[in-house]
Design a binder for this molecule. Structure first.
Ligand SMILES: Nc1ncnc2c1ncn2[C@@H]1O[C@H](COP(=O)(O)OP(=O)(O)OP(=O)(O)O)[C@@H](O)[C@H]1O
Length: 237
């Protein structure tokens, strides 16, 4: 369970995240959705202890990330900007993470199998396609066999096959009773993957709840988003 409570983040003159509160429940895939610059990455970085909030808290199983006794066994993360060294072989990248976090070495082969990269473990990461890199990032997130997965824009730049693979993978992960939070600015591509949505725009939560409830009365999630933000956009013209 992830709980975000009145989280706010100021960067100099910008308020990236403004009094954001939501919960992410186990057994469901939750989409954290909003346009570019809405505040998604800033929120995820605070949940993962990479940035400090200006105010408010983010809790994972009731604790701040930095208080977790076994962080990688509790929560696995794929962030937009954290990539492996391109010259490194995929298997060495994962071995290094496993060793430095005292995770069993056998997990490396296991996660490479799970993400469908068992055939390319000795290839250098620079020779990987974007889809393969995303899979490798997910493999790294899975090393600690965590109950919670947090993925920042996992379908960005993927082809339909890659999007389909991630969709199936995340749905199965949640179906096993685990917690999945993924961010995306692609509402249409993400709508088929998620059970719950938290929609953010310019730092503030616009709506949240089960997808079926949020989209009720609208033709799509995207339409619901534009209808819900029309007032704010209109008042700024
Ligand atoms: N370190 C920083 N310093 C200054 N401003 C920042 C910083 N990080 C984020 N911002 C600003 O905060 C706002 C929210 O950015 P954030 O990256 O969280 O949005 P996002 O929803 O993840 O968007 P994207 O999908 O484009 O990454 C933006 O206006 C961004 O320019």
């Amino acid at each position: 369970m992830i709980e975000v409570l009145q989280l706010t983040k100021h960067h100099r003159n910008t308020t990236a995240v403004d009094d954001v509160t939501f919960a992410v429940r186990p057994g469901r895939v939750t989409g954290f959705l909003g346009p570019n610059g809405a505040g998604k990455s800033s929120t995820l970085r605070m949940i993962l202890g990479l940035d400090s909030p200006s105010s408010g808290t983010a809790l994972i199983d009731g604790m701040r990330y930095r208080e977790l006794r076994h962080p990688l066994r509790t929560v696995g993360a794929l962030l937009d900007d954290a990539g492996p060294v391109p010259e490194r072989r995929a298997i060495d990248h994962l071995r290094w993470i496993a060793q430095s976090n005292r995770l069993p070495g056998r997990r490396v082969a296991e996660v490479l199998e799970v993400v469908g990269l068992a055939h390319a473990t000795r290839r250098r990461v620079r020779k990987y396609s974007l889809g393969m890199r995303q899979r490798l990032g997910i493999a790294a997130a899975l090393l600690g066999d965590p109950e919670i997965l947090i993925l920042d824009e996992p379908v960005n730049g993927l082809d339909p096959e890659g999007i389909r693979w991630i969709r199936t993978f995340l749905r199965d992960y949640a179906a096993a009773g685990r917690t999945v939070l993924l961010s995306s600015h692609l509402m249409t591509e993400t709508a088929d993957t998620v059970d719950d949505v938290v929609v953010i725009d310019r730092g503030r939560i616009v709506t949240q709840g089960p997808l079926v409830e949020v989209t009720a009365g609208h033709r799509s999630l995207e339409e619901a988003f534009f209808a819900l933000t029309a007032d704010r956009r209109g008042s700024e013209r």
